[in-house]
Design a protein around this ligand. Structure first.
Ligand SMILES: Nc1ncnc2c1ncn2[C@@H]1O[C@H](COP(=O)(O)OP(=O)(O)OP(=O)(O)O)[C@@H](O)[C@H]1O
Length: 258
C-alpha cells in the first residue's frame, strides 16, 4: 500500500501528563481519497482522537503522520496548510459575511502582506456550493444547514490533503445531511469523520473504525464492522442488520437496549 495520507500508530493520549490515558494503543490509517468514519458510544473518545489527528491533543505516546511526516515535528501552520477541520462550533459573530468566513480558510496560505488572496478560488468555491447569492449576507443570519455549507466552503478553500469532521450531520435535516455527505464525497479528499448515525456512516464511508472506552475495537468496511454482535457489545443495543434494499451497504434497525 502506498504511503497513507494519515497514519496513527500506537497512540496514547491523556488530558493530564502522567494521568490515565483516555485513548490507548490507537492505530488508524486513511489512504488517499478515502472516506473513513469513526463511530462509538458517547464518551468513547471520538472527539479526543480527532483532536489528536489535527494536532490539538498531543499524544503521550505513539505517532501521527501526515503524508509520512510526523505532525508534531512540524509547526501548526504546516499542519493548517494540509488539514482542514469542520467542527460543530460556528465562528463567533463579528459581523462576518459568508464570504469573510470562507476567506478565513486561506489564512494558513497567506503571507504577512497578502490581502484577501485567491479571490477567484473563493468565488469558485462559493459557486460550487451554491453560496454565491448569499456571499454578502451576514453569516449569523444563515440556517444551520447553510452554515455547514459555508464551513465546508471554508475548509475547501484551505485546499487540504485531509478534512476532519466532528459529527458533520448533527443538526441537519435529511436533505442537508445527504447533500453535505455527497458534497464531501465529491471533493475526492481524504476524509475522517465521526458519526452517531450509523446508517449514514454505512452509506458514505469506505471504512469504519469503532472506538469504545478509548480503544479501537473493530475496523473494516461497513459490512465487516456493522454486525449485530458488534452493535450489542459496543452500543449495548439489540439491532437488526440487513442489506440496504437499494444499495450494497448494511442497514441498521435499532430494536431495544441489549
Ligand atoms: N481535556 C479533557 N480533560 C478531561 N477529560 C477529557 C478531556 N477531553 C475529553 N475528556 C474525557 O474523555 C472522554 C471522551 O470524550 P470525547 O469527547 O472524546 O468522547 P466522544 O466519543 O466524542 O463523545 P460524544 O459522542 O458524547 O461526543 C470523556 O469522558 C471526556 O470527559
Amino acid at each position: 500500500m502506498s504511503c497513507p495520507t494519515l497514519h496513527i500508530q500506537g497512540l496514547h493520549w491523556s488530558p493530564h501528563s502522567g494521568g490515565q490515558p483516555l485513548l490507548e494503543g490507537i492505530d488508524l490509517r486513511i489512504g488517499a481519497g478515502e472516506f473513513v468514519g469513526l463511530i462509538g458510544p458517547n464518551g468513547s473518545g471520538k472527539t479526543s482522537l480527532l483532536r489528536c489527528a489535527y494536532r490539538f491533543n498531543r499524544p503521550c505516546a505513539g505517532q501521527v503522520h501526515l503524508d509520512g511526516e510526523d505532525i508534531w515535528q512540524r509547526n501548526p501552520r504546516w499542519v493548517a496548510q494540509r488539514i482542514a477541520v469542520m467542527l460543530q462550533e460556528f465562528p463567533e459573530d463579528f459581523g462576518l459575511s459568508v464570504r469573510d468566513v470562507v476567506a478565513m480558510g486561506r489564512t494558513p496560505h497567506l503571507g504577512w502582506f497578502d490581502g484577501d488572496g485567491d479571490a477567484s478560488l473563493i468565488d469558485d468555491t462559493l459557486a460550487r456550493l451554491d453560496l454565491l447569492p448569499r456571499a454578502l449576507d451576514a453569516f449569523i443570519c444563515l440556517s444551520g444547514g447553510e452554515k455547514q455549507r459555508v464551513l465546508l466552503a471554508r475548509a475547501l478553500v484551505q485546499q487540504p490533503r485531509l478534512l476532519i469532521l466532528d459529527e458533520p450531520t448533527n443538526h441537519l435535516d435529511p436533505r442537508f445531511q445527504l447533500a453535505l455527505l455527497q458534497q464531501l464525497r465529491s471533493t475526492g479528499l481524504s476524509l475522517l469523520a465521526s458519526f452517531h448515525d450509523l446508517n449514514l456512516a454505512a452509506a458514505f464511508c469506505d471504512r469504519l473504525y469503532v472506538i469504545d472506552a478509548g480503544r479501537i475495537v473493530a475496523h473494516g468496511t461497513p459490512g465487516q464492522v456493522l454486525t449485530e454482535q458488534c452493535l450489542a457489545e459496543v452500543f449495548g443495543v439489540q439491532a437488526l442488520v440487513d442489506r440496504h434494499p437499494l444499495a450494497s451497504h448494511p442497514r441498521v434497525t435499532w430494536i431495544s437496549p441489549a
